[in-house]
Design a protein around this ligand. Structure first.
Ligand code: GDP
Length: 303
């Protein structure tokens, strides 16, 4: 499947929910009534797109109705262009240094950190890079094996230790190894933690302190991995993690199979933090660099 078809397939649930409502409301009314507006708002809000994008879309739809009447495809195009402009306010590319770029992947348990570490390493390798993985989740049963198996499947080196080892020490060793092997990216898979667990947040701060002392500017990216199905709760997670480890962006996983795909718009609009990649499945190629125009279109059109 082409990359473009993947995003349309992945976002199908969200898109179906929004556009079936839009088409139903638009087709019954030559004029936009208050009731219509409320129903359009409800359809947008249920995708977790956020209040501010919803208001902007409704305003633009109202204007389109006034000037050109309610043509379904042109109303949806208007919505696409509002969303695209909300999404284009930040840069979405991954940081790149002339030497090594260190990327720390953080988030709660089960968000998809380990899987994303594997998929991101695959993306870097496929675009000509030379990545290394660091298994710094020394807490969750099977996390080390899970990352090692991604490494052997993709032929990408993985630095690991044993369960219970100090994650900061593993990160330190991995940094030494990445520098000596001249890797261009070191991807650090950290243990899942709730932002309310202060001791675990201190542990993450320590890991970041250790690598920044060892290598100037590291980590160059701290990406929060969030599961799309939590919708707008991702905003709370991002704000709280940001207090301990300043985030440079997000990767939103499991967009396949959720109807809350609008949350990506709310995140960029409200946090001003870029979404850098999106996860659309569990296979190595199911990670896509985030494109505002493709994403905006996939929320309202199925191809
Ligand atoms: P971690 O605890 O944050 O490291 O989470 P894992 O990487 O172990 O992922 C938790 C589960 O989510 C696993 O079953 C993954 O295969 C699955 N997963 C991760 N990313 C995606 C995605 O983009 N789409 C789907 N459908 N599943 C995903």
């Amino acid at each position: 499947m082409s990359l473009l078809s993947k995003i349309f397939t992945g976002l199908q649930k969200t898109q179906n929910n929004i556009t079936s409502e839009f088409n139903r409301i638009i087709s019954r009314s030559p004029k936009l009534t208050e009731d219509d507006t409320e129903e359009l708002e409800a359809a947008l809000i249920s995708s977790d797109i956020g209040i501010s994008a919803t208001e902007e879309i409704i305003e633009a739809v109202r204007k389109e109705y006034e000037s050109n009447g309610g043509q379904s495809s042109s109303i949806l195009k208007v919505a696409v262009s509002v969303v695209e402009s909300c999404l284009s306010k930040t840069t979405n590319s991954l940081a790149k240094n002339s030497e090594l770029t260190v990327v720390s992947l953080v988030g709660v348990n089960g968000a998809g950190k380990t899987t994303t570490a594997g998929k991101l390493a695959n993306h870097i390798k496929n675009t000509g890079g030379n990545p290394m993985l660091a298994a710094c989740d020394t807490f969750r049963a099977a996390a080390i094996e899970q990352l090692s198996s991604w490494g052997s499947r993709l032929d990408i080196p993985v630095i690991s230790s044993e369960y219970g080892a100090d994650p900061a020490a593993v990160a330190h060793d991995a940094l030494n190894s990445a520098l000596s092997k001249k890797s261009d990216y070191l991807l650090i898979d950290t243990a899942g933690r709730l932002h309310t667990k202060h001791n675990l947040m201190r542990e993450l701060e320590k890991l970041h302190r250790v690598i920044s002392t060892k290598y100037n500017g590291a980590p160059h990216e701290t990406l929060l991995i969030v599961d799309a199905s939590i919708g707008s709760n991702a905003l709370i997670q991002a704000r709280e993690f940001n207090k301990s480890v300043p985030l440079t962006g997000l990767i939103v996983t499991k967009l396949d199979g959720t109807s809350k795909g609008g949350m990506v718009v709310a995140i960029q609009n409200e946090l001003k933090l870029p979404v850098k990649f999106i996860g659309l499945g569990e296979q190595p190629d199911d990670l896509q660099q985030f494109s505002p125009s493709e994403y905006a279109r996939a929320l309202f059109f199925n191809g």
